[in-house]
Design a protein around this ligand. Structure first.
Ligand code: HEC
Ligand code: HEC
Length: 209
Protein backbone atom coordinates (compact mmCIF):
# COMPACT_ATOMS: atom_id res chain seq x y z
CA UNK A 1 0.00 0.00 0.00
CA UNK A 2 2.76 2.34 1.03
CA UNK A 3 4.57 1.62 -2.23
CA UNK A 4 1.49 2.24 -4.30
CA UNK A 5 0.85 5.54 -2.52
CA UNK A 6 4.45 6.57 -2.98
CA UNK A 7 4.32 5.72 -6.64
CA UNK A 8 1.03 7.58 -6.97
CA UNK A 9 2.54 10.66 -5.36
CA UNK A 10 5.54 10.53 -7.65
CA UNK A 11 3.28 10.17 -10.66
CA UNK A 12 0.99 13.00 -9.65
CA UNK A 13 4.04 15.15 -8.92
CA UNK A 14 5.46 14.40 -12.34
CA UNK A 15 2.11 15.05 -13.93
CA UNK A 16 1.86 18.44 -12.27
CA UNK A 17 5.36 19.32 -13.45
CA UNK A 18 4.57 18.19 -16.98
CA UNK A 19 1.41 20.31 -17.04
CA UNK A 20 3.29 23.35 -15.79
CA UNK A 21 5.98 22.85 -18.40
CA UNK A 22 3.48 22.54 -21.22
CA UNK A 23 1.85 25.80 -20.18
CA UNK A 24 5.09 27.78 -20.07
CA UNK A 25 6.94 26.06 -22.89
CA UNK A 26 6.88 22.84 -24.84
CA UNK A 27 7.14 20.00 -22.36
CA UNK A 28 10.49 18.32 -22.68
CA UNK A 29 9.88 14.64 -23.18
CA UNK A 30 12.10 11.86 -21.99
CA UNK A 31 13.76 10.72 -25.18
CA UNK A 32 12.76 7.15 -26.00
CA UNK A 33 15.30 4.53 -26.99
CA UNK A 34 16.55 4.32 -30.56
CA UNK A 35 16.47 0.56 -31.12
CA UNK A 36 18.46 0.72 -34.37
CA UNK A 37 21.32 2.56 -32.67
CA UNK A 38 20.99 0.17 -29.73
CA UNK A 39 21.44 -2.81 -32.04
CA UNK A 40 24.88 -1.53 -33.03
CA UNK A 41 25.93 -0.86 -29.44
CA UNK A 42 24.60 -4.24 -28.31
CA UNK A 43 27.14 -6.13 -30.33
CA UNK A 44 29.69 -6.38 -27.49
CA UNK A 45 27.00 -7.48 -25.05
CA UNK A 46 26.31 -10.56 -27.14
CA UNK A 47 29.80 -11.85 -26.33
CA UNK A 48 28.23 -13.01 -23.05
CA UNK A 49 24.46 -12.45 -23.23
CA UNK A 50 24.23 -13.92 -26.73
CA UNK A 51 25.65 -17.32 -25.81
CA UNK A 52 23.16 -19.83 -24.41
CA UNK A 53 24.16 -21.02 -20.93
CA UNK A 54 27.29 -18.84 -20.84
CA UNK A 55 28.56 -18.69 -17.26
CA UNK A 56 29.91 -16.00 -15.02
CA UNK A 57 33.34 -17.26 -13.89
CA UNK A 58 33.20 -16.77 -10.13
CA UNK A 59 30.83 -17.43 -8.55
CA UNK A 60 29.59 -19.70 -11.34
CA UNK A 61 26.06 -18.97 -12.54
CA UNK A 62 24.57 -18.43 -15.97
CA UNK A 63 24.47 -14.89 -17.34
CA UNK A 64 20.93 -13.50 -17.34
CA UNK A 65 18.72 -13.67 -20.40
CA UNK A 66 18.04 -10.11 -21.46
CA UNK A 67 16.02 -10.67 -24.66
CA UNK A 68 12.46 -9.41 -24.16
CA UNK A 69 13.23 -7.81 -20.79
CA UNK A 70 11.42 -4.54 -19.94
CA UNK A 71 13.39 -1.59 -21.28
CA UNK A 72 12.75 0.67 -18.27
CA UNK A 73 14.00 -2.02 -15.91
CA UNK A 74 17.13 -2.61 -18.00
CA UNK A 75 18.00 1.09 -17.99
CA UNK A 76 17.63 1.09 -14.19
CA UNK A 77 19.72 -2.08 -13.81
CA UNK A 78 22.53 -0.61 -15.93
CA UNK A 79 22.47 2.56 -13.80
CA UNK A 80 22.79 0.39 -10.68
CA UNK A 81 25.89 -1.39 -12.01
CA UNK A 82 27.33 2.03 -12.84
CA UNK A 83 26.62 3.46 -9.39
CA UNK A 84 27.84 0.37 -7.53
CA UNK A 85 24.38 -0.40 -6.07
CA UNK A 86 24.95 -3.73 -7.86
CA UNK A 87 28.42 -5.13 -7.43
CA UNK A 88 29.72 -6.78 -10.59
CA UNK A 89 33.05 -5.53 -12.02
CA UNK A 90 32.44 -6.51 -15.66
CA UNK A 91 28.94 -5.10 -15.78
CA UNK A 92 30.14 -1.98 -14.00
CA UNK A 93 32.74 -1.47 -16.71
CA UNK A 94 30.17 -2.14 -19.44
CA UNK A 95 27.60 0.22 -17.93
CA UNK A 96 30.20 2.92 -17.31
CA UNK A 97 31.27 2.89 -20.94
CA UNK A 98 27.89 4.20 -22.10
CA UNK A 99 25.75 7.30 -21.74
CA UNK A 100 22.25 7.12 -20.27
CA UNK A 101 20.87 7.58 -23.78
CA UNK A 102 23.02 4.66 -25.01
CA UNK A 103 21.54 2.47 -22.28
CA UNK A 104 18.01 3.46 -23.38
CA UNK A 105 18.87 2.61 -26.97
CA UNK A 106 20.34 -0.78 -26.04
CA UNK A 107 17.38 -1.59 -23.79
CA UNK A 108 14.95 -0.61 -26.56
CA UNK A 109 16.78 -2.96 -28.91
CA UNK A 110 16.59 -5.97 -26.55
CA UNK A 111 12.98 -5.24 -25.57
CA UNK A 112 11.46 -4.69 -28.99
CA UNK A 113 12.39 -7.78 -31.00
CA UNK A 114 10.03 -10.15 -29.16
CA UNK A 115 8.85 -8.50 -25.94
CA UNK A 116 7.63 -10.90 -23.30
CA UNK A 117 3.94 -10.11 -22.84
CA UNK A 118 1.69 -11.74 -20.28
CA UNK A 119 -0.89 -14.17 -21.55
CA UNK A 120 -2.46 -14.48 -18.11
CA UNK A 121 -1.61 -18.18 -17.73
CA UNK A 122 0.93 -19.62 -15.35
CA UNK A 123 2.76 -22.93 -15.42
CA UNK A 124 2.63 -25.11 -12.28
CA UNK A 125 1.70 -24.18 -8.73
CA UNK A 126 2.93 -20.90 -7.28
CA UNK A 127 5.15 -21.85 -4.28
CA UNK A 128 4.00 -20.42 -0.95
CA UNK A 129 7.16 -18.31 -0.76
CA UNK A 130 6.32 -16.67 -4.08
CA UNK A 131 2.81 -15.50 -3.18
CA UNK A 132 4.02 -12.00 -2.32
CA UNK A 133 6.31 -11.82 -5.34
CA UNK A 134 3.48 -12.30 -7.84
CA UNK A 135 2.02 -8.91 -6.88
CA UNK A 136 4.84 -7.27 -8.82
CA UNK A 137 6.49 -9.98 -10.92
CA UNK A 138 3.18 -11.57 -11.98
CA UNK A 139 2.18 -15.17 -11.28
CA UNK A 140 3.42 -15.89 -14.82
CA UNK A 141 6.70 -14.04 -14.13
CA UNK A 142 5.94 -11.03 -16.33
CA UNK A 143 6.60 -7.84 -14.37
CA UNK A 144 3.31 -5.95 -14.05
CA UNK A 145 4.99 -2.54 -14.51
CA UNK A 146 7.82 -1.62 -16.88
CA UNK A 147 10.09 -0.98 -13.87
CA UNK A 148 9.61 -4.53 -12.54
CA UNK A 149 11.81 -7.17 -14.12
CA UNK A 150 10.29 -10.08 -15.98
CA UNK A 151 11.47 -13.35 -14.44
CA UNK A 152 9.68 -15.77 -16.80
CA UNK A 153 12.20 -18.12 -18.35
CA UNK A 154 15.14 -16.53 -16.54
CA UNK A 155 18.05 -18.83 -15.61
CA UNK A 156 17.43 -20.60 -12.29
CA UNK A 157 20.95 -20.07 -10.96
CA UNK A 158 20.92 -16.38 -11.94
CA UNK A 159 17.64 -15.79 -10.07
CA UNK A 160 19.12 -17.57 -7.04
CA UNK A 161 22.30 -15.50 -7.25
CA UNK A 162 20.29 -12.25 -7.51
CA UNK A 163 18.11 -13.13 -4.49
CA UNK A 164 21.15 -14.02 -2.37
CA UNK A 165 22.77 -10.75 -3.40
CA UNK A 166 19.71 -8.73 -2.29
CA UNK A 167 19.66 -10.68 0.97
CA UNK A 168 23.37 -10.05 1.56
CA UNK A 169 23.26 -6.41 0.43
CA UNK A 170 25.68 -6.72 -2.50
CA UNK A 171 22.65 -5.66 -4.54
CA UNK A 172 21.06 -2.66 -2.92
CA UNK A 173 17.39 -2.16 -3.59
CA UNK A 174 14.98 -1.04 -0.91
CA UNK A 175 12.06 -3.12 -2.21
CA UNK A 176 13.93 -6.35 -2.90
CA UNK A 177 16.06 -6.22 0.27
CA UNK A 178 12.87 -6.59 2.29
CA UNK A 179 11.40 -9.40 0.23
CA UNK A 180 14.66 -11.36 -0.10
CA UNK A 181 15.15 -11.20 3.67
CA UNK A 182 12.03 -13.32 4.13
CA UNK A 183 13.39 -16.19 2.00
CA UNK A 184 15.20 -19.33 3.22
CA UNK A 185 17.64 -21.01 0.84
CA UNK A 186 15.04 -23.68 0.02
CA UNK A 187 12.48 -20.95 -0.79
CA UNK A 188 15.00 -19.27 -3.08
CA UNK A 189 15.40 -22.48 -5.03
CA UNK A 190 11.63 -23.10 -5.23
CA UNK A 191 10.77 -19.60 -6.46
CA UNK A 192 13.65 -19.60 -8.95
CA UNK A 193 12.52 -22.91 -10.48
CA UNK A 194 8.91 -21.72 -10.62
CA UNK A 195 9.63 -18.42 -12.37
CA UNK A 196 12.19 -20.00 -14.68
CA UNK A 197 9.51 -22.42 -15.92
CA UNK A 198 7.05 -19.70 -16.95
CA UNK A 199 6.18 -18.98 -20.54
CA UNK A 200 6.27 -16.80 -22.65
CA UNK A 201 9.89 -16.57 -21.59
CA UNK A 202 12.89 -14.28 -21.77
CA UNK A 203 15.25 -15.35 -24.53
CA UNK A 204 18.91 -15.32 -25.48
CA UNK A 205 19.50 -12.67 -28.15
CA UNK A 206 21.70 -13.49 -31.12
CA UNK A 207 23.61 -11.24 -33.45
CA UNK A 208 21.28 -10.15 -36.25
CA UNK A 209 24.00 -9.70 -38.85
C1 HEC B 1 31.82 -10.50 -19.91
C2 HEC B 1 30.42 -10.90 -19.97
C3 HEC B 1 29.37 -9.79 -20.11
C4 HEC B 1 29.31 -8.79 -21.06
C5 HEC B 1 30.28 -8.50 -22.20
C6 HEC B 1 28.10 -8.04 -20.78
N1 HEC B 1 27.45 -8.59 -19.71
FE1 HEC B 1 25.68 -7.92 -18.90
N2 HEC B 1 25.85 -9.29 -17.40
C7 HEC B 1 26.85 -10.24 -17.29
C8 HEC B 1 26.67 -10.96 -16.03
C9 HEC B 1 27.54 -12.09 -15.49
C10 HEC B 1 25.53 -10.38 -15.41
C11 HEC B 1 24.95 -10.72 -14.05
C12 HEC B 1 25.59 -9.80 -13.03
C13 HEC B 1 24.96 -9.90 -11.67
O1 HEC B 1 25.06 -10.96 -11.05
O2 HEC B 1 24.37 -8.89 -11.22
C14 HEC B 1 25.04 -9.35 -16.32
C15 HEC B 1 23.90 -8.58 -16.06
C16 HEC B 1 23.34 -7.70 -16.97
C17 HEC B 1 22.08 -7.04 -16.80
C18 HEC B 1 21.11 -7.22 -15.66
C19 HEC B 1 20.07 -8.22 -16.10
C20 HEC B 1 18.96 -8.35 -15.12
O3 HEC B 1 18.08 -9.18 -15.34
O4 HEC B 1 18.96 -7.63 -14.11
C21 HEC B 1 21.89 -6.25 -17.89
C22 HEC B 1 20.70 -5.35 -18.17
C23 HEC B 1 23.04 -6.42 -18.73
N3 HEC B 1 23.92 -7.31 -18.15
C24 HEC B 1 23.22 -5.77 -19.93
C25 HEC B 1 24.40 -5.80 -20.66
C26 HEC B 1 24.66 -4.94 -21.78
C27 HEC B 1 23.69 -3.92 -22.31
C28 HEC B 1 25.92 -5.25 -22.22
C29 HEC B 1 26.68 -4.64 -23.37
C30 HEC B 1 26.86 -3.20 -23.34
C31 HEC B 1 26.43 -6.32 -21.36
N4 HEC B 1 25.48 -6.61 -20.42
C32 HEC B 1 27.67 -6.94 -21.50
C33 HEC B 1 27.87 -10.48 -18.20
C34 HEC B 1 28.18 -9.65 -19.27
C1 HEC C 1 6.70 -4.34 -4.69
C2 HEC C 1 7.14 -5.00 -5.92
C3 HEC C 1 8.01 -6.23 -5.78
C4 HEC C 1 7.76 -7.37 -5.05
C5 HEC C 1 6.56 -7.69 -4.18
C6 HEC C 1 8.87 -8.27 -5.31
N1 HEC C 1 9.75 -7.69 -6.19
FE1 HEC C 1 11.38 -8.57 -6.99
N2 HEC C 1 11.88 -6.83 -7.89
C7 HEC C 1 11.16 -5.66 -7.83
C8 HEC C 1 11.94 -4.59 -8.42
C9 HEC C 1 11.54 -3.14 -8.56
C10 HEC C 1 13.17 -5.17 -8.83
C11 HEC C 1 14.37 -4.47 -9.45
C12 HEC C 1 15.35 -4.17 -8.32
C13 HEC C 1 16.68 -3.66 -8.81
O1 HEC C 1 16.70 -2.66 -9.51
O2 HEC C 1 17.69 -4.32 -8.49
C14 HEC C 1 13.08 -6.58 -8.49
C15 HEC C 1 14.09 -7.50 -8.78
C16 HEC C 1 13.97 -8.85 -8.57
C17 HEC C 1 14.90 -9.85 -9.05
C18 HEC C 1 16.12 -9.60 -9.89
C19 HEC C 1 15.74 -9.79 -11.34
C20 HEC C 1 16.89 -9.64 -12.29
O3 HEC C 1 16.63 -9.79 -13.49
O4 HEC C 1 18.01 -9.39 -11.86
C21 HEC C 1 14.45 -11.07 -8.63
C22 HEC C 1 15.07 -12.42 -8.89
C23 HEC C 1 13.25 -10.82 -7.86
N3 HEC C 1 12.97 -9.47 -7.86
C24 HEC C 1 12.50 -11.81 -7.25
C25 HEC C 1 11.47 -11.54 -6.34
C26 HEC C 1 10.92 -12.51 -5.44
C27 HEC C 1 11.32 -13.97 -5.38
C28 HEC C 1 9.96 -11.86 -4.70
C29 HEC C 1 9.08 -12.41 -3.59
C30 HEC C 1 9.79 -13.03 -2.48
C31 HEC C 1 9.91 -10.49 -5.17
N4 HEC C 1 10.87 -10.33 -6.14
C32 HEC C 1 9.02 -9.52 -4.74
C33 HEC C 1 9.88 -5.53 -7.33
C34 HEC C 1 9.27 -6.45 -6.49
Amino acid sequence: MLLINKRFNVFSGLLALALMASVTAHAEQTPAGDAAHGAKLAYTCLGCHGIADYRNAYPAYRVPKIGGQHADYMVAALAEYRSGARVHPTMRAQASSMTVQDSRDIAAHFATQTPVASQGKSVGVLPAAAQACAACHGSDGVGILPEYPTLAGQQVDYIEQALRAYRKGTRQNAIMAGFAATLQDSDIHAVAVYFSNQSPALWVPHATH
